[in-house]
Design a protein around this ligand. Sequence first.
Ligand SMILES: NC(=O)c1ccc[n+]([C@@H]2O[C@H](COP(=O)([O-])OP(=O)(O)OC[C@H]3O[C@@H](n4cnc5c(N)ncnc54)[C@H](OP(=O)(O)O)[C@@H]3O)[C@@H](O)[C@H]2O)c1
Length: 328
Amino acid sequence: MYTPASDRYEKMKYLRCGKSGILLPRISLGLWHNFGSVDRFENMVEMVHTAFDAGITHFDLANNYGPVYGSAEENFGRILERDMRPFRDEMIISTKAGYDMWPGPYGDHGSRKYLIASLDQSLKRMGLDYVDIFYHHRPDPETPLEETMEALSDIVRSGKALYAGISNYNSEDTRKAADILRANHTPLLLNQVNYNMLDRWTEEDGLQDTCEEVGAGMICFSPLAQGVLTDRYLKGIPEDSRAKRNFFLHESSLTPELLDKVSRLNDIAAGRGQTLAEMSLAWILRRDRVTSVLIGASRPEQILTNVKFLSNLEFTDDELAEIDSILA
Ligand SMILES: NC(=O)c1ccc[n+]([C@@H]2O[C@H](COP(=O)([O-])OP(=O)(O)OC[C@H]3O[C@@H](n4cnc5c(N)ncnc54)[C@H](OP(=O)(O)O)[C@@H]3O)[C@@H](O)[C@H]2O)c1
């Protein structure tokens, strides 16, 4: 029988998501990796409990998280059934559709047909009546944006999702999507995008300003660059790491130049009394422009280490300049 930590809400900080009524934890947990049918169920249970005990209320999924596709949602459904169901109303559960999911022309991209069918499948796998956020996972230039956004609005109106989100949309497409959703009286809750010290496209694109202007939040995925922005790879490539186990992070991308930068960032973090993982998360949230960082983890201890960053989000001008010069 699981009893959550009674002080969980004192440990976490929450920030309003755009102009909505939703407060998101500054750190959220994603189930892209380590929750598939190939992974150990007890470890998943422990990670979800550890996160919830730390005040992490937001759990992020997608139809195709696994492997195999759909298995992360199935496993999350098993965890809910096992002992998390009593806390359903304390959680923000999200899922998405937009990438390859099932064979044929209707299991990918951005059609109304795909989105509505996919969410029905996701709800069955998780054993839920509704998700809190349903996202279109990536822009689809071949489907009219009106069709995709109307599908999101209709899903919200049907009660199968409470809020609409978009993911991987740039500034221009975010503005268009937000306009259509607003006209449909189902405002855009947030955009989920890649942002970390090594990948700063959202700054050049002006996405942070756009999200603020349209009243949406921004949640950043892969804030640790899949583990690169931690001390994970500073002494070689561990056998149990993502770079060894998974094709989403290639060993070949861990070049000596990159690892030299990471090592110098690690020195700055040590000077701040933080791990590099903590500093990488703090750097993203140092201004309140990003609502939440969406981390992944392969073990509960990583979650416990990572939440510590919340106690030091301040950077001196010298630290920021030094970080920029390393990354330049
Ligand atoms: N919308 C999209 O298109 C999209 C795309 C990607 C991700 N996402 C979402 O974002 C979530 C997070 O993505 P991500 O997993 O790439 O995030 P991440 O936080 O950048 O990377 C997580 C990985 O970093 C390593 N790690 C974490 N904490 C560590 C620590 N303290 N010390 C050392 N290593 C540590 C672990 O790898 P090891 O396995 O090596 O231990 C962990 O699995 C996903 O689960 C998903 O929900 C969305």
